[in-house]
Ligand binder design. Structure first.
Ligand code: 3PG
Length: 223
């Protein structure tokens, strides 16, 4: 599955920072049951890679990716652990070359038009816009829509249930990412039903994305 197919699977990619490996599978099950099968596990905790492996093994319906990938070594480890895609907060030329060489589905992060142009030139059509809310949010995405017609974004950072619909209503937004669907307090307390409800609510959000070249956009999660 390439990155276009992966981002088409659901309107929201939960961004998960997991502290206990034991939480990984029940958390993933709740999100998949709620209708969000594409999951980003941030590589920011000591157990992140083991959590990723646990989901790969125990929750086969989840499409698990590694987030906060900063360099090639993490990329290699994540692929070895079974990650199906990767996400980075920004991107270096080395990282871009590594994912391209590996043919690994990847959402590199950008914050500026020049960064987006550089990655588009290298063949990346789907980019993470990070940190979305702090870097210009809806206004930035609207402003770059005409000058960057071939690029679609996954804004992440500061998105929540109050502003999610506004992001997804933009035609250059393929999907959005965020941690609000799996709050830390609910995770720590094992409140999986609550997380499933939040995922189900996020899955009803509609997308308006149009893909370059006349391809149909991904359907909304509720369809
Ligand atoms: C992150 O890397 O932490 C993501 O951008 C999630 O941001 P959020 O917690 O604001 O959703």
């Amino acid at each position: 599955m390439d990155i276009a197919a992966i981002v088409a699977l659901a309107p929201v990619i939960p961004v998960l920072t997991i502290d206990r490996v034991a939480d990984a599978a029940p958390l993933a099950r709740a999100l998949v049951k709620g209708g969000l099968p594409v999951l980003e596990i941030t590589l920011r905790t000591s157990v992140a890679m083991d959590a990723l492996k646990a989901i790969v093994t125990e929750v086969p319906d989840a499409i698990v990716g590694a987030g906060t990938v900063l360099h090639e070594t993490q990329l290699r480890e994540a692929r070895r652990a079974g990650a199906r895609f990767g996400v980075s907060p920004g991107c270096t030329p080395g990282l871009a070359t590594a994912v391209t060489t590996a043919g690994f589905p990847f959402l590199p992060g950008v914050q500026t038009v020049s960064e987006a142009m550089g990655l588009a030139e290298r063949g990346f059509r789907f980019l993470k816009f990070f940190p979305a809310d702090a870097a210009g949010g809806l206004g930035w995405l609207k402003a770059v829509s005409a000058p960057l017609p071939g690029v679609r974004f996954c804004p992440t950072g500061g998105i929540n249930q109050d502003n999610a619909a506004a992001y997804l209503a933009l035609p250059n937004v393929a999907c959005i990412g965020g941690s609000w669907v799996a709050p830390r307090t609910a995770m720590m307390a094992g409140r999986w039903a609550e997380i499933e409800r939040l995922a189900a609510a996020a899955n009803t959000l509609r997308r308006e994305v149009s893909l370059p070249g006349g391809q149909p956009g991904p359907s909304s999660g509720s369809e």
